[in-house]
Design a protein around this ligand. Structure first.
Ligand code: GDG
Length: 466
């Protein structure tokens, strides 16, 4: 079998102690690589005062990892800077939070070049190379400059925004040009693919080819959409674990005579947490009869603490959760639990399993794996209801969820009420359709679809296109 080299910004496979990293990409890649005798290359998560290029190789749970540390200024300019302060907000439609700083752009180029130079000696002739996410868009170009002729694919885990948004980025053309050094470029949904195509056709005078390829900048790239899923088999196994059952029992005991509404998200402004809290507040305000009947639990482990926008949203969420409890709590009932702790995956599975409603309402989200995990955790005989933002990529697949506009507290409150009062036959009918999708379009299907497509692309004869 051809060797697969996966490259992502962070390399963080789950460890045997169950202390897992939070984040959809890491979970998906660990699952995707387990079956391949592949290599996972990227940043170790550590910094050094100066860049050393020193490779650390390890074998964890059947996956070989090759990691490098980055320099402190790389951390500020590439990771916190261009990746998290420029591209992340922009790709999530937050032009108000997007920072433009020349040093960030230089840091981004520098780290991509360093990644290419360190990875180059590890690449063998027939390896397939699969590069992930917005941190590493120029990596394919840098590898080509070093003479790499292998098939290289790129997958974007976040949305590709509308043309009008993307063109607000200085240097947008250069970024798109770099995507033409790949053989295959993948998005989660058809909508993101179309937005990318629209940019290429209108802004860069590209041409659509009959075989799903785009021609532009003198090069041809295949473009497709590959919706990511969860590791459904592993999730089913985890649901049967002692820890998951115990957590489920604990949460069930905490909510006797009450329905549990659960949200689980990295603490990130794209996840719509403020809007969600306000939607729940509206439910309580408008429905006095439901007040003592519900408990909402929001788990939100902190992330990207070095970025100001994340510190600010944390403060606002603390205030909002205090306001809701201050207004509605009684001596024997508190409506809202908001925790910033990181839980084990099996414990999360148990919590999802005890919930009557999964509330997943990002303002923008490439896919959203929490929605799929919630579905996978439900009891088939008495399943909970998924309330899902129409702006999550997952809404394209999970059509039997109650879809809402997360910007509307009224819509959110109405959907919550409907979910809390939905009869069992309707819950079962909706859940079956959702579960069928979660099982069928899982992480293995995603990986196989992308890798097979990449393997089928005509190889390049020269490293750099003319
Ligand atoms: C990016 C894109 C896309 C959350 N809290 C804990 C915890 N989590 C886990 C969840 C889930 C993962 O983190 C989050 O995945 P999402 O997909 O919801 O979101 P992002 O992290 O933003 O991921 C996203 C994804 O990449 C894959 O392409 O779907 O759109 O933004 O698995 O369960 N895990 C643990 N403890 C927690 O407290 N262990």
């Amino acid at each position: 079998m051809t060797r697969l080299i996966v490259v992502s910004n962070r390399v963080s496979p789950p460890n045997s102690k169950g202390e897992e990293t939070v984040g959809g990409l890491a979970m998906a890649l660990a699952a995707a690589l387990r079956e391949y005798s592949g290599l996972w290359f990227g940043w170790s998560g550590k910094t050094t005062p100066d860049f050393t290029g020193q490779l650390q190789m390890m074998k964890i749970d059947g996956v070989t990892t090759a990691t490098i540390d980055i320099a402190e200024d790389d951390y500020d300019e590439y990771y916190n800077g261009y990746a998290n302060k420029t591209l992340w907000p922009l790709l999530h439609y937050r032009t108000d939070l997007t920072a433009y700083d020349r040093a960030y752009g230089e840091g981004y180029e520098r780290v991509n070049k360093r990644f290419a130079e360190t990875l180059r000696p590890l690449i063998e002739k027939d390896d397939l190379i699969w590069i992930h996410d917005y941190h590493l868009i120029p990596l394919g170009r840098e590898l080509r400059k070093l003479g790499v002729k292998n098939r290289i694919g790129f997958f974007l885990h976040v949305p590709w925004p509308a043309y009008q948004i993307f063109t607000t980025l200085p240097g947008h053309r250069k970024l798109v040009q770099a995507m033409f050094d790949y053989d295959l470029v993948g998005f989660h949904t058809h909508e993101y693919q179309q937005a990318f195509e629209e940019y290429v056709l209108t802004e860069a005078e590209g041409v659509q080819m009959p075989n799903g390829c785009l021609k532009c900048f003198g090069r041809t790239v295949k473009v497709g959409h590959f919706p990511i899923g969860i590791d459904a088999a592993d999730f089913a196994r985890m649901m049967k674990s002692a820890r998951a059952s115990r957590m489920r029992d604990i949460m069930t005991a905490c909510t006797v005579f009450r329905s549990l509404i659960v949200g689980v998200d990295r603490l990130d402004y794209s996840k719509g947490l403020e809007e969600r809290f306000i939607g729940f507040e509206r439910l309580l305000a408008d429905n006095p009869d439901l007040r003592r009947e519900v408990l909402m639990l929001q788990i939100a482990p902190v992330s990207r603490e070095g970025v100001e926008a994340y510190q600010e949203i944390r403060g606002r969420l603390d205030a909002l959760s205090g306001r809701i409890n201050g207004e509605f709590a009684d001596v024997d009932w508190q409506p809202f639990r908001y925790v910033n702790k990181n839980y084990r995956r099996d414990e999360l599975a148990g919590i999802y399993g005890a919930a009557r409603v999964g509330l997943v309402t990002p303002l923008r989200d490439g896919m959203n794996l929490v929605a799929k995990e919630f579905v996978a955790a439900q009891n088939p005989d008495d399943p909970g209801v998924l309330v899902l933002s129409r702006f999550a990529g997952a809404a394209r697949q999970l059509k039997e969820a109650l879809l809402v506009n997360p910007n509307s507290p009224e819509e959110m409150a109405d959907a919550l009420k409907r979910a809390l009062t939905m009869d069992k036959p309707e819950r079962i009918r909706r859940w079956r359709a959702l579960y069928d999708n979660v099982q069928r379009e899982d992480v293995t299907a995603w990986r196989d679809a992308f890798v097979n497509e990449l393997a089928g692309v005509e190889p390049r004869r020269t490293a750099l296109a003319s």
